[in-house]
Design a protein around this ligand. Structure first.
Ligand code: XIL
Length: 382
């Protein structure tokens, strides 16, 4: 009798152990499932992030915020830190949204990007109207000093100067160039360093795989270094498409910039899958593309991306990420310009009202094939 009771007790203990063990295993699996993310997959390679808009900063766009928190460890402000919003009048600064942006990054322990200090676009009107070089130099000093000091030790890296070069590699004739002359870039970098000596300082531009522009960036960085200015990185915006730039051009640029002793960042990555009006009208960049609005040829996938193009996009992302991994020692971060296809700027640029599909998450915030293709490059489950 005692033996039977002992056997029953043993049996119960055994069943209990099996159940609790499999429970633990289930929990463990769930945890692993939850931590499979871009940021964990690439944690030993580079930061990975996205640009965030105001609805996301204030956490109104819950679906996008969930993706941001789960997938990314760096953020960039899509518009909130641009001069026209932050500093619209000489003595007026609006920091509300920028403060919230930085707080969002800190709360989520992210590498926080400041975009951007000196740029001819989305600039305050008063700057465009300033013709006197001393007055403009004072405005620039006040801007950089006030903004960088406010976020000293909190914004990790600044796009100090954005898009200062033309396609041929010469300096763009921006208001800064016209009024301050060719030393304004060096001055901007020195002011930023003075305000926060520990922040990473970056020169950011598009078209940086084009050989002439690449040579221009190399010249510019060397001049900055010679002048004693601190520059930590070159930011390649990486607004690319399915065919261009070629992998070869991308690789040549990564190597050329890193040979200068700076890190390369992909700061505004997206891959457009719809036609590019420049192919039709040539390289004239200042075109007004209003004439293409509503043109069906320019908006071929208004309701759904065909599977064949979805696959092409996934393959293109995979090829590019393979290259990024090959050169991971030279790369600081890869930031997508937006969270999902729903809110990409490419729905309205360079032609208004189109339907583009350039990112890793679709309009319903679901991961696309491109997401899986990138993740499949890392076979670990973290
Ligand atoms: C874009 C934003 O995404 C848009 O919302 C805004 O209307 C225009 O600017 N290069 C840059 C970014 O450096 O700041 C731009 O962002 C895209 C091109």
């Amino acid at each position: 009798m005692i033996k039977t009771i002992r056997n029953i007790a043993l049996l119960f203990t055994l069943i209990f152990s099996i159940v609790s063990c499999s429970n633990k295993l289930y929990k463990k699996n769930q945890e692993i499932k939850q931590t499979v993310s871009l940021k964990n997959s690439f944690k030993d390679n580079f930061y990975i992030g996205a640009a965030i808009n105001e609805n996301q900063i204030v956490e109104k766009d819950a679906a996008a915020v969930t993706i941001l928190k789960k997938e990314y460890n760096t953020i960039s402000p899509e518009n909130s830190l641009k001069w026209m919003f932050l500093h619209p009048e000489p003595k007026t600064f609006f920091f509300d949204m920028a403060d919230k942006y930085v707080a969002f990054g800190e709360k989520n322990k992210m590498y926080i990007v400041g975009h951007t200090l000196v740029w001819h676009s989305q600039l305050a009107e008063f700057m465009k109207e300033t013709k006197d070089s001393t007055i403009m130099a004072n405005h620039m000093q006040n801007h950089i000093n006030t903004v960088v000091t406010r976020y000293k030790g909190r914004i990790d890296t600044w796009d100090v100067v954005n898009e200062a070069l033309k396609e041929n590699g010469d300096l763009r004739e921006s208001v800064f160039f016209k009024v301050l002359g060719d030393k304004y870039i060096e001055q901007a970098f020195k002011l930023a360093e003075k305000a926060d000596p520990n922040a990473d300082l970056v020169y950011n531009d598009y078209g940086l795989c084009n050989p002439k522009k690449r040579a221009g960036v190399v010249r510019l960085v060397k001049e900055l270094q010679k002048s004693g200015a601190k520059i930590n990185g070159v930011g390649m915006q990486a607004h690319w498409n399915l065919k261009t730039p070629s992998l070869k051009e991308i690789e040549t640029s990564i190597i050329a910039y890193s040979e200068l002793g700076v890190k390369v960042s992909f700061t505004e990555f997206d891959i457009s899958v719809i036609p590019n009006p420049w192919d039709l009208v040539g390289a004239e960049v200042t075109q007004d593309f209003k004439k293409f609005e509503g043109d069906k040829k320019m908006n071929p996938y208004p309701t759904k991306l065909p599977e064949s193009v979805q696959i092409q996009l996934a393959k293109r992302y995979e090829d590019i990420f393979k290259l990024f991994l090959k050169h991971e020692d030279k790369i600081n971060r890869v930031t997508f310009w937006g969270v999902s296809d729903k809110d990409t700027w490419l729905n309205d640029w360079p032609i208004n009202g189109r339907t583009n599909y350039p990112l890793l998450f679709d309009r319903k915030h679901q991961p696309k094939k491109a997401y899986n293709s990138i993740m499949s490059l890392k076979n670990t489950s973290n």
